[in-house]
Structure formats: C-alpha cells, structure tokens
Design a protein around this ligand. Structure first.
Ligand code: ADP
Ligand code: ADP
Ligand code: MG
Length: 669
C-alpha cells in the first residue's frame, strides 16, 4: 500500500479522500489555488503545495505542475477526485510515464469511454443495449437531420465530449433541428473544445439508474448495485438514492451484468459508473416492463458514491486505493450485500426560484445536523467548507452533500427532511428549502421517479411560502427584546431556566421587511404577559420559552415553534421544521432608497463569461426577450429585457470575462 498520496482536487471530494487516507495511515498532500490557500482540504492534509491561480486552467487542470508537486513531496500516487483531471487520459499517461500511480483506470479505458459517440459504438459491439440513435463520425448537418427523422422525434442532440449536463438539446420537431444543432455545437465547442454530436431518441419520462462497478488489475470485476439519480434539474442530479425504488431483482442483475460487461470491454480497472437511461413503458406500476439502455460510463468516483457506501457498508475510496496498489478486490460478487435505503441531497449555492441561478458569497452561518455513523442513526455530511468560508465563482456551486441511511425508504426520507431542517446556511441562496419541497411532493414520496419530476411538480416546488409571518415577527420581537434586555441587564434572558423574565414595561413597534414585504410588528405587555400583533391583525399572547444560544422556542396562543435563529446585521433568519423565513428590521436612521435595482436588469447576475448576444445595436426588444447569454459556474444564464425598448449599445463582446453587476448592454427608450 502507498504511504503518501497527492490529492489533485479541492472541496468536499478532496476532504473525502483525505479522510480515508488518514484512516488507513497514508499521508496526504493537498494542492491549492490562490483562493483555496486557507481551504478546509488544505487544513485536512498533512502537506500542501500551492499550484497557481484561481481559474482551474491556472491550477487544478495543470497536470504538469501537479505531477511536479507529487515528485517534490514524494507522493507515490495521485487521486484525481471527480471533475478536473479525473477523466483526462493524457494526465493519466503522464503519471504513468513519470512513475506516479494514477488512482483511476488505465488511460486507454478513459479514452475509450471519453467520447459518448465512440463509447456507444464500443458498447454496441459488446452487446450492451443502446438508445436507438446515430453515433457515427460523419457530422454532415443534412445527414444528422436525416438520422433524426429516421429515429423519430423528439430526439436529443448530445455533445459527444459533453459532461455535467451540458451540451444537450431536445428537439421536438424537424423544423427546429437545424437551429438546435447549431446551438449545441456552439456550446460543445466553447465548453469541450470539440463540436462532434450524436443524435438519439429522447426517451419520455425516463429514469436515470446507474451501476457502480469496480475492477481490479488481476481480472476481477463486480458491481455494487445501483443508484437512482432521476431527480434532476438542467440534466444535473439533485437527489440520489440506493437502491432504486421498485427495481425488479431480475432487472437489477441484468443491469449489473451489462455494466460489468461494459467495464470489461474496455479493460477497466478501479471505480467506475455505468449510467443507464431506463424507459418505463408500463408506467410506475409495471416495473417489470422497464427497459434499460447504456448512456455513458463515468471513469471515476461519482459525486453520489456515498449512497452506495451506505447500503453496502464499504468505503469506496479504500477500494480505489487497494486496487491502485495492485491488490485484488476485497470482496467477490456473491459476498456483496445491501442493507436499508440511502438518499443523498446535493446542497448547492443557488436560487431555485430564479432558474437555479448559482449564488456566491460567504457562509456567514453554517450549522450542520449532527452527523452519526452509518451504524447508529445514519446522517453523513461530506463538505469542503467551514463557517466563514466563501463560495466563489471559480468553482462549482455544491456546498455539501447530506446523506442519510435508514432501514426503509420512508424512514430515510423522513430522516433527510429532518436533517435538512437542521441545516442552517446564511449568507447566500441555497436549495435547502427547495430540496425539502421536493421530498414533500407526492411523486417523490411515492417513488414515482423520472427525470421530469421537478417540472411536473413545479407548483409545489417554486415560489413557496416561507414560514408564517407571525412566527417570523415573533422571532424578531423576541430577538429585539432580548438584545435590549441584554444591554439593560447582562446575561442571556433566554437561558434563564424559567424562560423570559420581564423587567420594566414593554411597548414597541418595529417596521420590518418579511421577504421584501413591509410589515409592522407590535409588541406590548398585557396583564403580565407579552402580546404580539402583526400589521393590523389581532393581538396574540406570545410566550418565550427558554432555549439554548442560537435558538428560539416561541409560543403564540397554543401553537409552539422551535427553531434556529441567525442574526446577520439587521436581518434575522429563522429556520424551523416548518421551513425558513427571513425578516429584516428597519434602521430608523437609514434612508429608504433601494439600491438593489440600480443595475436595471441588464447587468451580469454573477461573475462569468459572455457567451453571446442575441441582439445588436438598434434592435427593438420586448420585455422578457433574451438579450444575451452568459456562462458562470458551469451554467448558462439568459439576460432578459427588463422592459420594452431598443438596444442602444453592446458593452462587451462574446468571450469577455465580466464582473458581477457589470452592465452588458444599454437600452434606449
Ligand atoms: P456525477 O458524478 O453525479 O455524474 P457530474 O457528471 O455532474 O456528476 O459531474 C461531477 C463533477 O465533475 C461536477 O461537480 C464538476 O465538478 C465536474 N464536471 C463535470 N462535468 C464537467 C465539465 N464539463 N467541465 C468541468 N467539470 C466538470
Ligand atoms: P452527462 O455527461 O452530462 O452526464 P448524460 O448522457 O449522462 O450526460 O445525460 C445526462 C442526463 O440527461 C441524464 O441523466 C438524463 O436525465 C438525460 N438524458 C440523457 N440521454 C437521454 C435520452 N436519450 N432521453 C432522455 N433523457 C436523456
Ligand atoms: Mg451522465
């Protein structure tokens, strides 16, 4: 076994790998960019080497510099994590040439699976079922269109080099094919430097079910069951679970065997995932009619590998290290067992109500549910950040992964919801409440899974009511009273065993903003008790019960709410089982001018790159029309017209890097 490895990654996966290495007594070397000098992964490793600037191509994608760091520190092997260099066959080859072990498959296997079209041709030969489609080398647009017609609409055009949900276009009808092809090729060229595409049948209401495979260098290969990753937004996974609900045992075995055959067809070694798209022609109630087709193979450890670890009780990073060190697979197929049900939620910095626009900022508060080991209660958090760290625009928007395990799916779902309710992140937008809404949909609860779950349940998922205004108002009043009392009488009034002790008369009104909506909150003392009134509603008796620091325990009439409270400036964040709320109290000294609209809607919502303009100077535009497309944090965002008008000037060119808030163009009347 190795005694020292270098981890060529950052964030949660670098931390994840470091944790197993430490458990096995293997020393670790971190690499880091400027922005990551104080990152958690650097702190977790035994040594760290600075490799360059913030953009991945100035640091985490610089294979030569990373290899030099491995040499300089005496690391015998490199774990690439996922993303970055993990599926780069040239880097794997350079490692080999330098005498450093690449903890991953042989370069030839990465190459064989690297391009979707080519890997499909290989899989066809290996007898693995494929979605009907065209994956030839001839890229003549007329030919591609004829193939689409032969396959039958709707079709999916996919960038052969694509990944991360990018470079895909659904085409509903022949008339739209040419435009969709051009746009897909443009994105593929920009993102992957290769505009080759494939065309395949767009499967309706499919499930995404993938098989974890593992092979050793001695010819052994097994599958570690499946994961269902059907809950997606923008073709990217949101929730992942194992086992796949309702998957008939016979189909599980067929998929497992097909996945092992796929791996063996390319001489695979190490951890890999074979992704299948699964058609459900008989609907949710006829699982025996499911048909699965090979989609792609990811030749690395997958983001969602922890759900497999949870149900098998195995450490997949340990397996990777053993296999890379030349050892046989620790277990044979017949020895592998699964227990219970696991679900992972990807916690991302993003605004679900604004088309999942990625968010950046500082983790002003980051409080996590208590993690337990998988043998006792089962809540696991994999992250690469700490309170006070920044989520920057340089890397992707995943903050953490929350994984739960329980005996049944129903229990796992309840456990995940409870853990999400305990997770408090303040300082930037996150998808935490959105994830809770997804768990609450009938589709998810009843395991009616397919990749259209989010759009289908949109009414229950987007623009949902936050926690009731009275509770937010009560928390605000309690907090303001406590801070006034703390000034008058030191010590935390909430920690007194008998709860709130009043000293002196109470009669206050606060002007507040509840999710941007102005409200007045009144509080007064009435016959020895506190009473609360929101706007011109009724007075209600409010009781403040003792609660630990950072929490509130409120009672309005007979209803009670316990929650966590984070106060940031004049903004109060209340997180409770029922949901979350944000309420801000006015600073009487501040003027009421609103600066948030200053940029007028034509500004970059975040730092990124201008991909294209859909208009030119002089064009008349209608409110809501797409004016420009930007790319940031691996996603495209449209900038739309805030009103009717005419384009006066374009202030940037495609390809330009722009700062957050930079105005991209000007509109005349
Ligand atoms: P999964 O492991 O669930 O299949 P993805 O395919 O979404 O995950 O990608 C895993 C990670 O790999 C992402 O979080 C991202 O960091 C990285 N990644 C994926 N595709 C790309 C890409 N085209 N360019 C850069 N990084 C990518
Ligand atoms: P990536 O490399 O970006 O992960 P994939 O080929 O794995 O690309 O596809 C990503 C997602 O796109 C799938 O999980 C699925 O939701 C959807 N998808 C892919 N192929 C099809 C198809 N033929 N029909 C319907 N949906 C598909
Ligand atoms: Mg995929």
């Amino acid at each position: 076994m190795f005694t020292k490895i270098l981890i060529a990654n950052r964030g949660e996966i670098a931390c994840r790998v470091a944790t197993t290495a430490r458990r096995l007594g293997i020393r670790t070397v971190a690499v880091y960019s400027d922005a990551d000098a104080h990152a958690k992964h650097v702190a977790l490793c035994d040594e760290a080497v600075h490799i360059g600037g913030n953009a991945p191509r100035e640091s985490y994608l610089l294979g030569e510099r990373i290899l030099a760091a491995a040499k300089a520190t005496g690391a015998q092997a490199i774990h690439p994590g996922y993303g970055f260099l993990s599926e780069n066959e040239d880097f794997a080859r350079q490692c080999q040439a330098t005498g450093v072990v690449f903890i991953g498959p042989p370069p030839a296997a990465i190459e064989a699976m690297g391009l979707k079209a080519q890997s499909k041709r290989l899989m066809e030969q290996a007898g693995v079922p494929l979605v009907p489609g065209y994956h030839g080398a001839d890229q003549d647009p007329a030919l591609l269109q004829r193939e689409a017609t032969r396959i039958g609409y709707p079709v999916l055009i996919k960038a052969s080099a694509g990944g991360g949900g990018k470079g895909m276009r659904i085409v509903e009808a022949e008339a739209d094919f040419a435009a969709a092809l051009a746009s897909c090729q443009r994105e593929a060229r920009n993102s992957f430097g290769d505009d080759a595409v494939l065309v395949e049948k767009y499967v309706q209401r499919p499930r995404h079910i993938e098989i974890q495979v593992f092979a050793d260098s001695l010819g052994g290969a097994v599958y570690l069951f499946e994961r269902d990753c059907s809950v997606q937004r923008r073709h990217q996974k949101v929730l992942e679970e194992a086992p796949a609900p309702g998957l008939p045992e016979s189909i599980r075995q067929q998929m497992g065997q097909a996945a092992v055959a796929a791996a063996q067809a390319v001489g695979y070694v190490g951890a890999g995932t074979v992704e299948f798209i699964v058609e459900q022609p008989g609907g949710y109630d006829a699982p025996e009619q499911m048909r699965f087709y090979f989609m792609e193979m990811n030749t690395r450890l997958q983001v969602e590998h922890p759900v497999t670890e949870a149900i098998t009780g195995l450490d997949l990073v340990e397996w990777q290290l053993r296999v890379a060190a030349g050892q046989p697979l620790p277990l044979q197929q017949a020895q592998l067992q699964r227990h219970g049900h696991a679900i992972e939620a990807r916690i991302c910095a993003e605004a679900p109500d604004r088309q999942f626009l990625p968010a950046t900022g500082t983790l002003v508060a980051y409080r996590k549910p208590t993690a337990t080991s998988f043998t006792q209660g089962a809540v696991r958090i994999d992250d690469g950040v700490r309170e006070g760290d920044a989520i920057s625009p340089h890397y992707d928007s995943m903050i953490a992964k929350l994984i739960v395990h329980a005996d049944t799916r129903e229990q796992a779902l309840a456990r995940l919801d409870a853990a999400l309710a305990e997770l408090v992140i303040v300082g930037l937008d996150t998808n935490v409440q959105f994830l809770r809404h997804v768990l609450g949909t009938p589709s998810f609860a009843q395991a009616k899974l397919d990749t259209a779950l989010i759009p289908r349940e949109a009414d229950r998922l987007f623009n949902q009511q936050p926690v009731g205004l009275p509770w937010a108002a009560a928390a605000l009043a309690a907090h303001r009273l406590a801070s006034m009392a703390a000034k008058a009488q030191p010590g935390d009034p909430f920690s007194a065993a008998d709860g709130w002790r009043l000293s002196g008369a109470v009669d206050h009104t606060w002007q507040a903003l509840w999710h941007g909506q102005p409200v007045s909150v009144h509080m007064r003392q009435q016959r020895g008790a506190l009473a609360l009134r929101v706007a011109d509603g009724d007075w209600q008796v409010l009781q403040l019960h003792a609660a630990p620091a950072g929490q509130v325990d409120l009672q309005l009439g007979s209803e009670r709410l316990r929650g966590q409270l984070v106060v940031h400036g004049r903004v109060l964040h209340l997180h409770a089982a029922a949901g979350a709320a944000v309420i801000e109290w006015a600073d009487p000294a501040a003027s009421d001018t609103d600066t948030s609209q200053a940029a007028g809607g034509l500004a970059a919502p975040m730092p990124g790159k201008v991909v294209s303009f859909a208009v030119k100077a002089g064009d008349a535009v209608a409110k809501g029309q797409v004016l420009a497309v930007m790319e940031a944090m691996k996603m495209e965002h449209s900038i739309t017209a805030p009103r009717d008008g005419a384009v006066a000037e374009l202030l940037y060119e495609p390809g330009d890097q722009v700062a957050e808030g930079a105005q991209l163009l000007t509109l005349a009347q």
